[in-house]
Each structure stands twice: as structure tokens, then as C-alpha cells.
Design a protein around this ligand. Sequence first.
Ligand SMILES: [Zn+2]
Length: 314
Amino acid sequence: MNTRSGSHFIAALISVGANLALAQQAPPAPMPAPPDTKIETDNLAPGIYMLTGRGGNIGLTVGPDGAAIIDDQFADMVPKIRAAVALLAEKPVRFVINTHLHGDHTGGNDAFSAGGAVIIAQENVRKRLGSPQVNPSNNQTLPARAREALPVITFADSATLHFNDDDLEFTHLPKAHTETDIVVRFRKANVVHMGDLFVGGFPFIDGNTGGTLDGYILAHEKVLASIDDNTKLIRGHGPVGNKAELQAFHDMLVVVRDRVARLVKSGKTQEQVVAARPTKEFEQQYGGANFDAQQWLGRAYVDQKRALEMHRRK
Ligand SMILES: [Zn+2]
């Protein structure tokens, strides 16, 4: 398929839940990768892989239709991602699916799109990448991303990519890690890329881009209802997981959220909530991977205080 006929082909290939936006390609921008970061490749099912490097874990499908990836880490990782894909696929990446807007999952968009790939994401990814955003790691304002980094096919609630003899089902889970999150389910292979809705420790809830702890927990409930004990779950960060591990992660968050909510309702301050250690029995398993329990509780307090105020306003 050449890139000119691509948009027609894709329009036919994808059944899109809502709107369809198409844009032009841009010239390539080669970037050196840090010499110390390697891409590790794990085979999860026939033709389906997880690539781990620096940034969010990548899902990869290769087969008769070519290659598609879910998330693309950082710009400087693109040559290494391409090299890892080239070991398994004869042709370059045709589709990039973004699980959400964060730069450690979308940083390679510019280069992949310049190389001819079509970027697909929930419509809020395009909205947010196309305007200045707060960098969640240091609260500084990031400028809008270049035009070629923006998804060209977007949808509101769901879409399906029929590719390599499987159906890749994209489902939007609103107000969870951000307001842009999707999970990607390989219906036949029974593999799900969870994006940052499943990570190895206490999860980051990005309130600046519409994330909420309550929505994060609801997202798990939707996913748990659609998978089984054999489903392989690609975490946004961390090792491949399964349903029991997602259930345990979800149950932990429900317990902690309910405790924090109760403390917030009774008028406790942030310091008092942190001091009460509502994360106590979970700190060994979930602490430290992203946040220590104190940092995370500070954020959970702010989240639940906001949730309470929203509830009272209704
Ligand atoms: Zn993220």
C-alpha cells in the first residue's frame, strides 16, 4: 500500500465510532537513541509482541498485513524500535495506536508518521497534543506537538482495526489515568494493551488532563468484565500481567480510595490522611515503582477532595 492510497484504504478498513480526521505526512526527523537503552522483545501470542525500552511498553502485531504498534515511547527511541520491528516484519510500521497522550507513549509519533505510519487515537489525544499541555512530571507547560505528531484517525468511544487476521478493538475509558485513555484488545489472540490503566505500582492519576481515581477504578471494572483467566495484559509500565493481577490491583485501589474518601469526608487534612497510612498493607507490593505511598496519598487526597466537591455541587 502506498501512502497516497492509504487514507482510502484505512477508511474502508476501520469501522470508526465517531469522527474521522485525516492529515498530511511530514518529512522525517532522525534522532539518535541513548546508547544504553536496549529494546527487549517478548512474544505473547503468534505475531504479537511486547517491546520494552525506555517509556511505555509497546504492543506489536506483525503478519500478512504488515506491522502495527501500540504506543511509541520517546522520539530518540524510534531507531531502536524500528530495528526491533525489522527483525520480525519485512515492511515498516503502518499504524501507530496511542493508548493516551503522555509523551512517554507518543514521543515517537512525529518520526513514525514521517515514515508513512497512520496514527490512531481517541479524539482527546488529538485535541490535547494539538494545544499546550502541562508536563505531569514537572508541572511546566509543554508547547503543542508538531502537526505530524497528531493522530489522523480519531474516535470518541470505540473503533476496530481489522489487521493481521485479528480484530483490534479500541475502547475509550473516560476520566481514568487521563481523559484520553483507551485499551486495545486483540479479540482473537486474547491480549489486551492496558496503557497506563495498569502499571506495576501505585498508579499516576493525571488530574491535569482529566484523570480521576474513581474513573480509573471504573475502567478496571469494564476491562475485567471482558477478559478471562487466559488473557495476557500488557501493562503501560511493568511486566506482562493477567486477570488475577489486575483484579488485585483494582481491589487494592478500591480499599484505599474508600479509606481516603472517608477521611476526606470527615474533614481530615492532607497531612492527616497521609499520616493515617490508608495504604499500609499494600505499600510493600505497590510502593516505590512509580510513587512511594506518601507521595501517592498526597495525590489521592487532592483527587478525592475534588471528587467530593464535584459531588456536593451536583
Ligand atoms: Zn501515562
